[in-house]
Design a protein around this ligand. Structure first.
Ligand code: HCA
Ligand code: CU
Length: 470
């Protein structure tokens, strides 16, 4: 593995708990079906996390059913069920058959006064009663002082000690409203560490955009496990993002965990599709632009040695770098693209082509066929005759619910490549006829349609290539 910033390696293994199915489903607008949850859990398990938080069964009937189904699913990861510090929540968790329970209780003054209306003393007895209740029923217990980062440290330590005395197997520090700075997280963990007798977890919210940084600070301070969600889903601005955290742990700290990083893009897309929450193009690791280069100076250097402008080699997550061709592009990138197409030209001709590209600022990017057309004009050739100029496909789409029909149809019609859209009955709900200028562009289009909100699955049935006549 390449080394990142060269930070001193402290330990070699860290545990990850994925909370996409619990915290992630608490994201505005998200409700996973049981099938979604199974598919997500299996892929997360293949990726290689240590714990999967299955859900909070007392929330609703479907969450409960999903937790029961997931608890019965053979997974390598340990399964943890979420519960408030009440007998009824704990009994609900026990009956799902999962081995671990995560009990949480707010310990900050705000929680005690405005959520529970209890004194600090009373909260301690609630903690020890809940932990005992779960331990007596044979569960392994993680106890979380919710809002730990706004809890006075001496009381936080009392709460932790109280949970430990009652038998808690793990303690999790929750930065519930994401108020911490990395230096503060480090300070807090170091301050409480002498009192923590069990492995320590950390759960960071992203309200200031610091959830990954705070998680890494926690790692530096010695926490054993970090909570994440795929695509950083979660309440408000979400929690630590799986992809960003694990890639940073590999690249900067050289941890030796056996994660299947190549699954990260698929995992991200699966969760985009199931959640209906789509990543911005500039999102690290999994965003569409994360490995693209545009400015001429950048592209030229990257073509010579990618390390000039890449912190992370795209191959480690099985992605490819992209050299964007538009008005920012210089000769090196254009020449490289034509080389890939086996088209050679003189320096003068290349200069002319680059000038034409730079004179069309309204064009967002130039595809291979756009470049061939320009080259034909400049080189007085007919290269068009050597490459397919149109690729046509019929894409059938099954929707997650008929409620999405109008939404999906409108989105499809709005796309340039989509020629016609029909509603149909049978195994699929919608059919689209699509025309692109290359197979590559067709694949990209299908990929983008596949992750649209409301799409359950797609099938591309017919592909016709239309070659230009010489
Ligand atoms: C919640 C709050 C929580 C709990 C974390 C935990 C937080 O949504 O219930 O139980 O470990 O951020 O404090 O997610
Ligand atoms: Cu949370």
């Amino acid at each position: 593995m390449h080394s990142g910033s060269g930070v001193q390696q402290k330990r070699v293994v860290i545990e990850i708990l994925d909370s996409t199915l619990r915290e992630g489903e608490q994201t505005r607008g998200v409700s996973f079906s049981i099938e979604d949850k199974l598919e997500i859990a299996r892929l997360i398990d293949d990726f290689g996390v240590d714990f999967i938080e299955l859900g909070h069964p007392s929330v609703s009937r479907d969450v409960r059913q999903a937790v029961e189904r997931l608890a019965a699913e053979p997974l390598r990861a340990k399964k943890l069920v979420h519960a408030r510090a009440t007998h009824s929540d704990i009994d609900d968790a026990v009956s799902t058959g999962a081995e671990w329970i995560g009990i949480f209780l707010g310990t900050s003054p705000l929680s005690l006064q405005h959520k529970f209306h209890v004194t600090q003393e009373r909260a301690l007895s609630m903690i020890s009663d809940a932990v005992r209740h779960a331990k007596d029923r044979g569960l392994k217990v993680r106890f979380t002082p919710e809002d730990a980062t706004r809890t006075p440290v001496p009381y936080l330590i009392e709460a932790i000690e109280c949970a430990q005395e009652a038998g808690a197997d793990r303690i999790s520090i929750a930065d519930t409203v994401g108020v911490m700075l990395p230096t503060q997280i480090k300070g807090l963990i170091e301050q409480i560490a002498p009192f923590v007798k069990v492995p320590l977890h950390l759960h960071c919210h992203n309200d200031y955009g610091l959830a990954v940084a705070n998680a890494l600070a926690g790692y530096e301070a010695g926490v054993r496990l970090i909570d994440v969600a795929v695509n950083g889903l979660g309440e408000r601005a979400g929690i630590t993002s799986l992809a960003e955290l694990v890639v940073a742990l590999k690249m900067h700290y050289g941890v030796s965990n056996d994660w299947n990083l190549a699954l990260l893009p698929d995992l991200s897309r699966l969760v985009e599709r199931c959640s209906g929450i789509f990543n911005s193009e500039t999102r690290p690791i999994v965003g569409a632009n994360a490995f693209s280069h545009k400015a001429g100076l950048h592209s030229r250097a990257v073509l010579e040695d990618p390390r000039t402008y890449e912190a992370i080699p795209p191959e480690i997550v099985k992605r490819e770098r992209e050299i964007v061709i538009d008005k920012y592009t210089g000769k090196a990138a254009v020449r490289a693209r034509f080389n890939d197409m086996n088209v050679t030209m003189t320096e003068d001709q290349l200069t002319q082509i680059v000038e034409i590209i730079k004179s069309r600022p309204q064009k967002r990017y130039f595809s291979d066929i756009d470049l061939i057309e320009i080259a034909d004009d400049v080189l007085k050739l007919n290269l068009r005759g050597r490459v397919p100029i149109e690729v046509e496909a019929i894409i059938q789409l099954a929707l997650t619910s008929s409620l999405y029909t109008t939404h999906v149809t409108r989105k499809l019609i709005a796309r340039n490549e989509v020629r016609e859209v029909y509603e149909i009955t049978g195994d699929f709900d919608v059919v689209a006829r699509v025309t692109t200028h290359s197979l590559h562009e067709l694949n990209e289009t299908i990929e983008e349609i596949r992750v649209m909100e409301g799409i359950n699955r797609t099938q591309t049935s017919i592909i016709l290539k239309n070659y230009a006549k010489n």
